[in-house]
Design a protein around this ligand. Structure first.
Ligand code: PGA
Length: 216
């Protein structure tokens, strides 16, 4: 069993999200297919997505517990929506929202406490520092995503040999953790990554229902 994450990022509205689900139909796969829409969309479509055999993920989670933190979405807010995974520390969050390794470590704590599996995104420069920031007792409860910034949204996917190498480095830092790859994954290259890691995180190629169906 491999993991296939569809990270919609901040794309789609209620109508286009529903249309995507209608177009894709019921998922039949030996793999775990996780849909990660934006927060309002997960509230609107979670029941329909579960019916179609998707698991659900969020793209972020507050580093703080529930309380007076205007604009934050806490683990408590997610209760009842059957969220199984939380992507944390995506390079877009680190870049545009200035998230640090420590912020990401706090998000990992919040997710795990709520029974949600964190998907910790790293590029090569911060594999070790990110691992160091997270309580090592949490490692085995995480999935780590190797997300080379040069490959995200560029069509310039990382070659299999390099991914194999970095997976080794991630396991050295995080122990025997599950590792997935993200960066310009499509139906054409997904099998290369399945050979060297536990799954993929898909951005662009998850937006079109037909393309994503083919990838699955
Ligand atoms: P992409 O995004 O598939 O569009 O390259 C991947 C990601 O951000 O993880």
């Amino acid at each position: 069993m491999k993991y296939i994450f569809a990270n919609w990022k901040s794309n789609k509205n209620l109508e286009t999200a529903q249309q995507w689900l209608d177009d894709i139909g019921v998922v039949v796969s030996e793999h775990e297919i996780i849909l990660a829409p934006s927060f309002p969309l997960i509230g609107a479509i979670y029941a329909q997505a579960l019916e179609k055999n998707f698991k659900l993920g969020v793209q972020d989670i507050s580093p703080l517990s529930a309380g007076s933190y205007t604009g934050a979405v806490s683990a408590v807010n997610l209760e009842g929506f059957n969220v199984s995974y939380a992507i944390v520390g995506h390079s877009e969050r680190r870049h545009y929202f200035e998230e640090s390794d420590i912020d990401v470590a706090n998000k990992v704590d919040q997710a795990i406490e709520a029974g949600i599996t964190p998907v910790v995104c790293v590029d090569e420069e911060y594999i070790e520092s990110q691992a160091y920031s997270i309580d090592r007792k949490q490692y085995s409860k995480c999935i780590v995503a190797y997300e080379p910034i040069s490959a995200i949204g560029t069509g310039d996917e990382m070659n299999q040999r390099k991914v194999r190498e970095v997976v080794k480095r991630i396991k050295k830092a995080f122990g025997d953790v599950r590792v997935i790859y993200g960066g310009s994954v499509t139906g054409d290259n997904v099998n290369d990554y399945f050979e060297v890691c536990d799954g993929v995180l898909v951005g662009g190629a998850s937006l079109d229902a037909e393309k994503f169906k083919r990838l699955i």
